[in-house]
Each structure stands twice: as C-alpha cells, then as structure tokens.
Design a protein around this ligand. Structure first.
Ligand SMILES: NC(=O)c1ccc[n+]([C@@H]2O[C@H](COP(=O)([O-])OP(=O)(O)OC[C@H]3O[C@@H](n4cnc5c(N)ncnc54)[C@H](OP(=O)(O)O)[C@@H]3O)[C@@H](O)[C@H]2O)c1
Length: 316
C-alpha cells in the first residue's frame, strides 16, 4: 500500500480510500450487504486503512454498514464522515448551524458505533452560518474528544476567501476529479495550497465509466442515479468522450498488466502529488481491481497522453 501523511493531523492513511457512497445501498442499482462487508474485509486485508462515508449516503445506511463491516477493527482505521446536508419533506437544504452539527454528529456516532470520528467534514457550506461559528463548533467537538480533526469538501474559488484565516486548521478538501472531470482541478489545487490541506478526489472513476465495462449503449434502471442526466458522465457527448479516454487507457492497462480502473486511479495518484483517491466499491472484486493501481507509476509519456485526451473536450 502507498500511504500519505494527512496535513495538520499526524494521521497516516492509505492513498486509496474506500468510498462509502455505494455502501448507502441507494441509487447505485444492485448493491448487496454481504458483498459490501466482504469488500471491507478485502480492503483491510490489503492495507486500506481509510474509509469515507457521510450521513447522507443511504440516509445513514452507509455508516451502519461500515460499522458492521469494521467491527472491532474500527480502532485500526481512519473514518471520515460528513455533515451539513439536511433532508426534509420540503426538500434538501444545507445547514452548518451549531445545533445541526451537534445533532448530526450524535447520529453519526450512533450509526458508526464509535465514540469518535477521525475526520468530520463539512459536506457543503450553507453560506449563512458564519465560518467562524462552524470552526468554533468543530473546535469544541475536538476538545470534547468527539472528533479528532475536521475537513472540507466542494469548496469553490469564491468559497475559499472566507477560509483563508483558517490555514492549518483543516486536514483535507474533497472535490470531484478524474480523467472524466477536470473542472474542479484549479479549486482543488488552490484550496490545497492556500489552506495547507491534503487533496482528496471523489468520482475518481467517473462513477464507474472509467472502468472500461460500459459502452455507448449503457443504460441504468430508475433505482440508479446514473440514469439521470445530471450524472453527465453517462450521457451524450460526455459519454462518447469518456469512452475515448477508456480506449486510450486499455493499451496502458495491458502494458502494466492491470485493470483499466487501476490506470484511471493511478493517473490521479501520479498527477496529484500526496493526494488521496476515494473510490466507491460494491463488491470484493472491485476493490481487488482498484488495488492494482498501487505500487507502480505511469511513465511521463503515458501521463501526458491521458492528460491530453482528458483535456481535449472543453466540457470536462
Ligand atoms: N465530498 C463529496 O461531496 C462526495 C461526493 C461524491 C462521492 N464522494 C466520496 O467519493 C467516493 C467515490 O466516488 P463515487 O463512489 O461517487 O464514484 P466512483 O468511485 O467514481 O465510482 C464508483 C462506482 O464505480 C464502479 N466501480 C468501482 N470500482 C470498480 C471496478 N474496479 N470495476 C468496475 N466497476 C467499478 C461501481 O459501480 P457499478 O459497479 O455499479 O458500475 C462503484 O459504485 C464515494 O463513494 C464517496 O465516499 C464524496
């Protein structure tokens, strides 16, 4: 396994993190609990010590399944979970108020069957609660021993301004980044440098399109989020372009004797220095295939080729 020291924390985590969105069991088509539990076993047996989840994934189901899969091993791993998105009958709102942070944390602790969260992350800023109040609440929870560190996610360049006084306070920032999605690259790098945080990528496989198993005719059931047009990676010209990226990855995968998914992950590991790549997985075979990304490098020529194909579509 390859590890990285998370900024401002002393935590050392695997650069491949098991993403917990599919673990929510909702919106990803067929997801079986037994396969998820086996996948967690395979992840740990192969050196993955970092698990990402959120209170929103399957309305808490992801945290419940993660706790079940980890069992006694919880103390040996680093868990990141997130707060700030509130569902109600009238819709979804972002809420970073002190009372909602505390309420969300207590619920996450219960579901995760733990008395501390390693990294508690602002999923989305509500931009109405002052950032000073959010940081003060998180600092208090740290002093109370309920969280160890806190992180950021989905921060735009405009959103960065209010955070500048808090350099060295947060440990990480998550944003969407992959060969299929380059539009947040500047934000991710600017936030990393300005706040001294570890960059983490989500949608690292373009929600699965970069694994090489989908084609032009792929379609999803209504119970799969990727059937919706907002999951752009699987629709129209974007899908066409993503399949061109896959075709460019195939010979590279063969040359290194690894899966196509592993090449997509390796690109991020090599391209974004000291980053962590979050990858969602539904079953052990997917973890095994993703683990093939570890302990080798793409050549400069291969990186250049993948980079240029990835950037050849203005819509990425
Ligand atoms: N901070 C945020 O706002 C945010 C947002 C989204 C996600 N995240 C985090 O980032 C993680 C990663 O993003 P993601 O899960 O949305 O997308 P992803 O990692 O790009 O794609 C995950 C999907 O790809 C497929 N897959 C994974 N490995 C595979 C393999 N080796 N071979 C074939 N198919 C494979 C699986 O779906 P199929 O088998 O159905 O194709 C899996 O559910 C999430 O799980 C979550 O922890 C954070």
């Amino acid at each position: 396994m390859e590890f990285v020291d998370l900024k401002n924390s002393g935590l050392r985590v695997s650069r491949l993190c098991m993403g917990g969105c599919p673990m929510g069991g909702y919106g990803w088509g067929d997801v079986q609990e037994k396969e998820l539990l086996d996948a967690i076993d395979v992840a740990i047996e192969n050196g993955i010590n970092f698990f990402d989840t959120a209170d929103t994934y399957g309305l808490g189901q992801s945290e419940i399944t993660l706790a079940k899969g980890l069992g006694e091993r919880r103390k040996d791993v680093v868990i990141e979970t997130k707060f700030g998105v509130r569902f109600s009958n009238s819709g979804t709102i972002y809420d970073n108020s002190p009372s909602y942070i505390r309420e969300s944390l207590e619920n996450s602790l219960k579901r995760l069957k733990t008395d501390y969260i390693d990294i508690y992350t602002i999923h989305y800023r509500d931009y109405s609660t002052p950032i000073e109040s959010v940081v003060n609440t998180l600092e208090s929870l740290k002093e109370e021993g309920k969280i160890r560190f806190f992180g950021l996610s989905n921060i735009s360049l405009e959103g960065l301004t209010e955070l500048l006084p808090y350099r060295d306070k947060f440990v990480c920032c998550q944003d969407e980044f992959s060969l299929a999605c380059r539009k947040h690259e500047n934000e991710l790098i600017d936030v990393e440098n300005s706040l001294n945080v570890t960059p983490m990528t989500w949608g690292s496989l373009g929600q699965g399109v970069l694994t090489g198993k989908y084609n032009r005719d792929c379609s999803f059931g209504k119970d799969d989020r990727r059937s919706r047009n907002i999951y752009v990676n699987f629709h129209g010209n974007k899908l066409k372009h993503n399949l061109e990226i896959v075709e460019a990855m195939r010979p590279i995968a063969s040359a290194h004797n690894v899966s196509v998914a592993a090449v997509a992950i390796r690109f991020i590991l090599d391209y974004l220095k000291d980053s962590v790549v979050l990858v969602g997985a539904k079953r052990p075979s997917q973890i095994e295939s993703n683990l093939e990304s570890i302990d080798w490098h793409l050549s400069e020529k291969e990186i250049e080729l993948l980079n240029s194909i990835s950037l050849s579509d203005v819509n990425v």
